[in-house]
Design a protein. Sequence first.
Length: 397
Amino acid sequence: MKYEGPRGTHDILPSEQPSWRRVIGEFERLCDLYGYRRIDTPVFEDTELFARTSGQGSDVVTKEMYTFEDRGDRSLTLRAEATAPIVRAYLQHGLHREPQPQKLYTHATIYRYGRPQKGRYREHWQIDAEAIGSEDPALDAEVIHLYHTLLARLGVTEYRLELNSIGDAECRPAYLAKLRPWLEDHEGDLDEATREQARRNPLRALDNIAGKPARVQEVLQRAPTIGDSLCAACRDHFADVRSYLDAFGVRYDLVPTLVRGLDYYTRTTWEFVGPEGGSTSTLSGGGRYDGLAEELGGAHTPGVGFGAGIERLLLALEQAAVPAPAGEGIDVFFICDEGADRAAVLAKMLELREAGVHADADFAGRSVKGQRTQAGRLGAKNIVVVGPDTDLSEVSG
């Protein structure tokens, strides 16, 4: 039987690792500069964590979660997104008792069942940054600026930032009171998937408009916008976010129909979208979630953050023709000629490695010519041919 990776997964091969290390390394350096600290959470959580916070009517809960029962009959779900687990850890470990806001970041695997597409996998990797414990609109702008700066440092310049405010628990009900009857009146103009979303939660009908049929997109662009229903506090908050972004030199487009796919989002929402458009062009999405901690049994704790798929970011680098970084290569490659003391050669190689020198040798029984070819494949900077009389003490890095 021939085995392959499960559908919707992918292997990250050695030749691809330099690009992955570049993205993750640059992200970690930026997080350190911005004062964000690393946090890691388990790959699975109690199912209720995602069901309660994402929203029972969301596509994540109804269609996309990988849920199973363990041997203790507990319902567990593979990490469907990164924010809720981080907020859970924030509450569980008393981070709310430390100076606020807590600035946290991670990079981890995310699991969503869906139709695999280029750059869109059922198991994919995300970078994630969260600022928890402050409602300051400057934090919204800072988190956005962090990803904006990451794109610039990596060499991605062709994208747009879409921005909106979806209000909060005070003003959103008034908006839904307008949106719900409007969707019912236009039900015949929508596709079945959008009608189903509208029945579960009217706001879900506006999620991922770019991924809907063109005629449905045209209809939804005429839907009532939440900007007309924002309360004074939400209007002021959104105005402050925009003023900070202006001060930071971050350009954005106001998109009044932009919502996020999870129910816990409030106020500021945004997406970084690549130039090709469509549902698979989103590089990053985020927003504010001021009621999430309360959903998890904690006190009112505002927060804001984003998640960004690494695979999609790598595609953006490829489309921008950003050269892939070269691997570190080999500093010294030993070639054993006939009569060489191979044990002594390998011992010398280990000595160089302990000194921090990238050293290697042949382990496939190649001829001298074949060993030279292998050294070339590995990009060896120096080649040492060892014969029976070679003095290895003179070899250094």
